[in-house]
Design a protein around this ligand. Structure first.
Ligand SMILES: NC(=O)c1ccc[n+]([C@@H]2O[C@H](COP(=O)([O-])OP(=O)(O)OC[C@H]3O[C@@H](n4cnc5c(N)ncnc54)[C@H](OP(=O)(O)O)[C@@H]3O)[C@@H](O)[C@H]2O)c1
Length: 288
């Protein structure tokens, strides 16, 4: 089936009271609040929390179907997943993301989504969306961790009041990818900070995000690790420690979806791969 964009939804079951000193929530540019750390629930492209939306007039029916499935009246946050149109078999088309965004604006106008945002947009695409939207995106969800700090994009978002939600907060650091560059979980800087604050290395990595005023969405299927991942509100890193961790940046991404390389709005830098290599990766369902 041909799909223009995959749009996905997030809902925060816990309601928070916001105050200027409360580090458990941020205030969004539309007046709503968002938790600073939340459970990442997507286990991949088959997640039930995704729906396929084609053009502007298809966003509302797709969202309504998801709401029916979830037995909910509205979602707290509705995100456009990529700035490019693509199909499940990897082929691409050219529907403009500005058009799809209008569908998200309608969803917000109908109170089906309290806040709307985007994911995997680069700075050029954010600027264009900003200039061509009535409702500005409240959130940008992108990969951020010490291996990919995204300083320019995060700074732009801060200047424009867009909250950045950091996905893959552990990157390849905990050993998920054999070829991941430093830092690794046994890195002396990370281990030293963990000792200093009597926390674990994963907690230091999450706190790094919060101390850059980002939302962290760690995923875990393990009850103890889920508890560990939210037990980060009773300490904070110093600005120097944050800066030191940012020095690890190598712009290393966990995933670069090569199957969409040919799309004119592919948002990331491309690896220097031959057509044959791209074909091989797609055929073997590897993304990088
Ligand atoms: N917008 C996008 O394109 C996009 C892309 C990727 C991800 N995301 C979102 O971001 C969320 C998180 O990113 P992610 O799934 O790539 O990875 P992640 O949260 O960085 O890492 C998840 C991995 O870390 C392990 N883990 C979690 N907590 C741990 C801890 N305290 N100690 C040791 N290991 C721990 C998990 O294993 P266990 O389950 O065994 O604990 C799992 O293998 C996803 O669920 C999804 O919602 C969005």
């Amino acid at each position: 089936m041909e799909v223009a964009y995959i749009v996905f939804i997030l809902s925060f079951n816990i309601k928070y009271a916001y105050s200027a000193t409360d580090t458990s929530v941020y205030l969004l540019n539309d007046g709503h609040k968002i938790p600073t750390v939340a459970l990442g629930t997507s286990l991949g492209h088959l997640s039930d929390l995704w729906n396929d939306a084609h053009d502007i007039d298809e966003v509302i029916p797709a969202l309504k179907k998801s709401l029916d499935d979830l037995k909910m009246d509205y979602v707290d946050l509705y995100l456009m997943h990529y700035p490019m149109a693509y199909s499940k078999n990897g082929s691409v088309k050219n529907t403009d993301y500005i058009e799809t965004w209008k569908g998200l604006e309608l969803a917000k106008g109908q109170n089906l989504a309290r806040s709307i945002g985007v994911s995997n947009f680069n700075i050029t695409q954010m600027k264009r969306l900003w200039e061509n939207s009535t409702v500005k995106p409240a959130v940008l969800q992108i990969e951020v961790n010490p291996s990919i700090t995204q300083v320019e994009l995060v700074d732009w978002c801060k200047e424009h009041g867009v909250v950045v939600m950091a996905y893959s907060p552990f990157g390849g650091i905990l050993g998920r990818k054999k070829d991941a560059p430093p830092p690794h979980a046994d890195d002396p800087t990370l281990v030293g900070l963990a000792k200093k604050y009597n926390k674990t290395v994963p907690q230091i990595l999450l706190r790094y995000l919060l101390d850059r005023q980002l939302v962290a969405i760690p995923r875990s299927t393990n009850k103890d690790r889920i508890k560990e991942n939210i037990d980060i509100m009773n300490f904070s890193l110093t600005p120097d420690e944050v800066e030191n961790l940012s020095k690890f940046n190598s712009d290393y991404r966990l995933r670069t979806p090569v199957k969409w390389y040919s799309h004119p709005e592919f948002p990331f830098e491309k690896k220097n791969l031959s057509d044959a290599e791209i074909k091989y990766i797609i055929e073997h369902s590897k993304e990088d």
